[in-house]
Design a protein around this ligand. Structure first.
Ligand SMILES: Cc1cc2nc3c(=O)[nH]c(=O)nc-3n(C[C@H](O)[C@H](O)[C@H](O)COP(=O)(O)OP(=O)(O)OC[C@H]3O[C@@H](n4cnc5c(N)ncnc54)[C@H](O)[C@@H]3O)c2cc1C
Length: 284
């Protein structure tokens, strides 16, 4: 299908983009890589009179690594994440997860900002950002503010971002220890049926830090607090892995859709969580 007619804007600063979206209210929407928004417009599920293209805004691009801190501009593409050698060294889980998104053509256009701002439960980056305890910087007519990724997602396609705000960057501390992002999908290039990210740090034989988050297993990404507390301080043995896996499965709340019934999704969740845990522990 062909999208409905719209007016196209291409500002070259964040301030100008905010002015345009503030002027046109809910009739305007920013467009980044377009690989989620354009399909919605073609299906007439998004009907917008003004599209504000962010491609020309250089302040929104690039990756800055300073000590432990990693800041990624919202308009950085998934391909750029994968190709960034320093990022691969300080946060290899970013590369591992980004490589499992869609296919190279989508990754050349799709941006990290579009992926996390979209609010689609199928997007991989929101769960990953919760795993990394990332914070999002939002710029709006009243200035900028930050929101934790773990507080950002309210329901499918509903987030803490106000309509006239633009997500400008994402910041997290580079993770230490073992990591894994495990994704079950129907075929190459597909969204997750179930996906899990895990971070594990060991101190001797004990788990000193853990993080677990899930993708496409509820209307929002899920940070699995109970599983994290089971793992932290444990010996990471078979009993702890089983208990943490079941706690994370119980935290999921998938719905039935064309990827399968709820029972199957819970089974897929159990498989990906266990595999991610085992791989992260092995790497820790
Ligand atoms: C065939 C196919 C397969 C895919 N498979 C996967 C997959 O496996 N995993 C996955 O995670 N994704 C997948 N995607 C989605 C893809 O990664 C998208 O590119 C991405 O989710 C959205 O990024 P974008 O830059 O294209 O955003 P756009 O489509 O331009 O925007 C998406 C939404 O976010 C808003 N937005 C964008 N940028 C900002 C910003 N800076 N501030 C505020 N709001 C903003 C837009 O207004 C829009 O509502 C797939 C897409 C396709 C077409």
């Amino acid at each position: 299908m062909i999208p409905a007619a719209f007016e196209y804007h291409r500002p070259d600063s964040i301030d100008d983009a905010i002015k345009i979206i503030t002027e046109h209210g809910d009739e305007a929407r920013v467009i980044a890589g377009g690989h989620s928004l354009i399909p919605m417009m073609k299906l007439r599920m998004a009907d917008l009179s003004h599209l504000v293209d962010l491609q020309q805004i250089s302040e929104l691009k690039g990756i800055i690594i300073e000590g432990q801190s990693v800041t990624i501009g919202a308009m950085t593409t998934q391909h750029e994440l994968i190709a960034h050698e320093e990022l691969a060294k300080v946060a290899p889980i970013m590369t591992e997860a980004a490589l499992q998104i869609a296919d190279p053509q989508v990754r050349y256009m799709g941006t990290i900002g579009g992926n996390v701002a979209n609010g689609d439960p199928g997007n991989d980056m929101p769960g990953l950002m919760q795993l990394l305890h990332a914070s999002y910087t939002l710029a709006g007519p009243n200035g900028t503010r930050t929101v934790q990724a773990r507080d950002f997602y309210e329901a499918a396609y509903f987030t803490a971002r106000e309509e006239e705000e633009i997500l400008t960057s994402i910041t997290f501390n580079s993770p230490v220890g073992g990591y894994a992002y495990e994704k079950q999908k129907r075929k190459i290039g597909d969204y997750a049926t179930a996906a899990a990210g895990v971070l594990i740090t060991k101190d001797g034989g004990t788990c000193s830090h853990a993080s677990i988050a899930l993708t496409n297993l509820a209307d929002t990404p899920i940070y699995c607090e109970e599983a994290v507390s089971i793992l932290t301080g444990s010996d990471l043995g078979a009993g702890a892995i089983e208990a943490a896996t079941m706690a994370a499965v119980n935290a999921s709340d998938p719905g039935e859709d064309n990827r399968g019934p709820i029972e199957f999704k819970k089974h897929a969740a159990k498989v990906v969580i266990r595999r991610a845990l085992e791989r992260a522990i092995e790497r820790a």
